[in-house]
Design a protein around this ligand. Structure first.
Ligand SMILES: [Zn+2]
Length: 68
């Protein structure tokens, strides 16, 4: 597994970039990666925010004919 930049102290839980905890001097190890999912759980809110499907939204879309 690739080495992570963010380290977390095994004793006090402080996050740092160093392998030695700046607070208690304990050993730090790579923090667990952030949870990530390819599914966009906020997609319905994003579409509502941009008013997708309306005439204004349709006009804002780029078209190829303008390039020529
Ligand atoms: Zn510590």
């Amino acid at each position: 597994m690739a080495r992570q930049l963010i380290q977390k102290c095994k004793i006090c839980g402080v996050y740092s970039y160093k392998l030695e905890c700046p607070k208690c001097g304990g050993t730090s190890q790579a923090a667990a990666p952030l949870k990530w999912t390819p599914e966009d759980s906020q997609a319905h809110r994003r579409r509502k925010l941009n008013d997708v499907g309306s005439d204004a939204w349709n006009e804002s879309l780029p078209s190829l004919t303008e390039e020529e």
